[in-house]
Structure formats: C-alpha cells, structure tokens
Ligand binder design. Structure first.
Ligand code: HSE
Length: 416
C-alpha cells in the first residue's frame, strides 16, 4: 500500500465539523474506496475546542498545514474571499489539492484557482459549493460533457426556499421563517446573502462558468432577492396557479450570448420546481443530447454539504499528483457575452396600489395589450394585480414608469 493520504480541514464551523464527523464515521469504507490508508491530520481554526474528541488535532497556524509534506488534500470550509483565497492559492501552488464549499470564492476566483491547480498537477474541487449534497458539478463536467448545454435553471438557495415554503404553506412571517432557517444552520453567516439573492447568484455563476466554459462573474448577473415578497403576492400567485420561488437561470441565446438572472419568479404549479419545498434545491439542466434532467436534494445543512466535501476529498485522494481536469477560461468584466437583462423578454406579475385601482384597467390594457387580472379574497379597492404579456423587459418598465404617475407599483415579479 502506498503512503497514507493525509487530509486537513480549514474551518471548524457547521460544514467543517460535519466533514470531520462524516469522514471519520465512514473511515473504514473510505479507506477501501481510496485504496490506501487515510485520515484527517489537522483541523485549522482560530478557536480552541477543549471538549471536542478532535482537540488534539486542532492547530491555529496555517503554515503547519502548508508546510507539512504529508498533507495531500485540504478542505477549505472557512468561507469568504480573503483568507480562503490566500490559503487556497498557496496550497495549490504547493501541489496540494483543495476541496471547498466556498461558493463566494469559486464565483469570484474560480478561473484563476483552476488554472493554478492545473499548473501544479493537483485539483480544485467544489461539489459542495452548489446544491449542498446534490451531485451537480460532476454531472455537468463529466456525465453531460458530451452535450452542448442549453440552459440551467433551478432553486439554488435552501434558506430562501425554506422561507418561501413557510410563507406559502404556513402563512409564517418572513422574519420568523428566517430566524428558523438560521437556527437550523441553513443561512449564511450574513443572511442578507441568502435573502438578497447573492448566494444563488454565486451558484449560477459557478454552474454557468462550468457549462459554458467561460467565467461568469457575479457582477454580470442581474439579481434580486425575496425581501419584498409579501403574503399578498403569495395569495395572488396561488389564485393564478403559481407559487413564488427564487430561481437562478443561465441560458444560451440564439446568437450564442448568455442570459443570466437570479430573481423570484411565479412558477406554474404544474412545473416540477413548484413542488420543491423546505430546504430542498432542484436544478434543471437541458442539453442538446440528453434533453432535460433534474437534480434534487438537500441544498444546505451540515451533513448534506459535508457529503459533497467528503466525496471531493476521496476523489482527490484517488487522483493524487494527477489533478482532475475541471477548467473554464477567464473572462474580463467588460465582456458582453452575458446580455443585459432588460433586453430579454419576460411576462411580469404586477401589483399596483391606487385609489379606486380598478378604474386604471383601461389604461393598463392600452399600455400592455391583453393582460390577465388576478383576484384575491377581500381584495382592497386600492389594489389591482395582473400579468402582462411576454414583452421585452425594458418596454414593460417604460409602461410601468408611466403607470407610476397614477399608481404605486407595489410588486413586479417575473414569470418562469
Ligand atoms: N445559505 C446557503 C443556502 C447554504 O441556504 O442554500 C448552502 O449553500
């Protein structure tokens, strides 16, 4: 048997402790899968954990990990883009493979870190960065590699899906549902990254970069979150046959450019994504050979995410000094391969507030043509909700700007 595969884990938070727990629980089976002895040699954290069974392998100095030639694979589960970036770069430059759940870092620096890994015959793997425990990165770069990917869209954030589910099914307030998601360990350290759509945006950047071969940076993606969704919108949507979900999507357009958008959408109840509830994520991928495939599972949480991290560790230990060839090209921020979202067609749900709102119906019809009005129980007289035809979004906005002279535009949500 060849040398022992030593692993270090950087960051002993929710995902880090889950990774250590799962790795050690299944260690005997993992050794068989790897084909040699292996184990976690260090856990790096700034804190001490005197009560932990792993207290003896806690270290505080990154150099201990970096300079130990016996460490082959490092799980970076510390998060963020400062220390994590510096550590990852230096580890890869030393030829140590790095696996991560850090979507912020992959979305910001993926192209560069993948290039460094390739140059040093090691791997940079990030299965846990999208969809928690759902296998989605490997399927895209391996199993679906024979396809030209046409689009990817899905529910990519567990926290917001959990919140929306609680609002839709239990009429729970946004604030209470968010608190519960935080208690369950789903939310980011700063939950605004979940509810404002940044987390889903990073994930669609990663999937889009992987599928289309060129780095899509978060600033190229139009993003809006769920903080302005009200229980009234939920009710109107339900009455029209929809549920509201935060959807990330990236799509190849006929001229070869891409659309990339993260926003809440009205999803028809008949669509499979509509029944994806709680912390579950689902990602639909369309390829020219395979057609549509759907990936479904727990998108956040300690052990589901650890499942993906440990899977990556095993893959690295099996391919030491070879590197798993995941790669996408870098792009410059001013490139225009992602089109302006306002130039894309959309149908829009709109809710307006105005004294005697129904009196505005003729004006609304004149602007948008045939709209579908939606009712809700006890609709107040000062409220009107409708769905526009499919139009270029900048035209919808121009019409809404005129309507805003006589009404407040309370909600505007794209249809799926
Ligand atoms: N905060 C993220 C979510 C964690 O809720 O999906 C998993 O990436």
């Amino acid at each position: 048997m060849s040398s022992k595969g030593n692993v270090a884990v950087i960051g002993y938070g929710v995902v880090g402790s889950g990774t250590v727990e799962l790795f050690n629980k299944n260690l005997e089976a993992i050794k068989k899968k790897v084909g040699r002895d292996c184990g976690i040699k260090y856990i790096l954290d700034i804190r001490d954990f005197p009560e932990s069974p792993y207290k003896d392998i806690i270290v505080h100095d990154f150099e201990t990990v970096l300079n130990d030639d016996e460490i082959e694979v490092v799980a970076e589960v510390v998060g963020g883009t400062t220390f994590a970036y510096d550590y990852t770069k230096r580890l890869l430059e030393k030829g140590k493979s790095v696996v991560t759940s850090n979507k912020a870092l992959v979305a910001a620096k993926g192209a560069e870190l993948l290039r460094i890994a390739r140059e040093h015959n090691c791997s940079y793997l990030f299965e846990a960065s999208v969809g928690g425990g759902i296998p989605i990165i490997r399927p895209i770069y391996k199993c679906l590699a024979g396809n030209e990917i046409q689009q990817i869209s899905g529910i990519l954030n567990g926290t917001t899906n959990f919140i929306l589910t609680k609002m839709i099914k239990d009429s729970m307030s946004f604030e209470d549902a968010l608190k519960l998601a935080q208690q369950l360990g789903y939310a980011e350290a700063d939950p605004s990254a979940d509810v404002e759509g940044d987390d889903a945006c990073r994930k669609i950047c990663i999937l889009g970069s992987l599928a289309f071969g060129k780095h899509i940076y978060p600033s190229m993606v139009h993003k809006s979150g769920i903080t302005r969704i009200t229980l009234d919108d939920v009710e109107y949507a339900a009455n029209a046959g929809y549920v509201i979900k935060l959807i990330g999507s990236v799509k190849k357009l006929s001229d070869g450019s891409l659309s990339a958008i993260v926003c809440p959408r009205l999803v028809p109840k008949s669509n499979m994504l509509a029944s994806v509830d709680e912390v579950y994520n689902a990602i639909s991928v369309t390829g020219d050979g395979v057609g549509d495939v759907l990936f479904y599972g727990q998108g956040a949480g300690k052990l589901p995410t650890a499942s993906a991290v440990v899977g990556d560790i095993i893959d690295c230990l099996k391919h030491i000094h070879k590197g798993l060839n995941i790669f996408w090209e870098d792009s410059s921020l001013d490139e225009k391969f992602v089109v302006r979202y306002k130039d894309i067609n959309a149908s829009m749900y709109v809710r307006i507030k105005a004294d005697n709102a129904a009196a505005l119906k003729p004006a609304v019809s004149e602007m948008f043509g045939k709209v579908m009005y939606i009712e809700r129980e006890n609709r107040p007289d000062d409220e009107l909700a409708f769905i526009t035809p499919n139009m270029v979004e900048s035209d919808i906005d121009a019409d809404l700007a005129v309507l805003a002279e006589s009404a407040e535009i309370a909600s505007k949500i794209r249809l799926f």
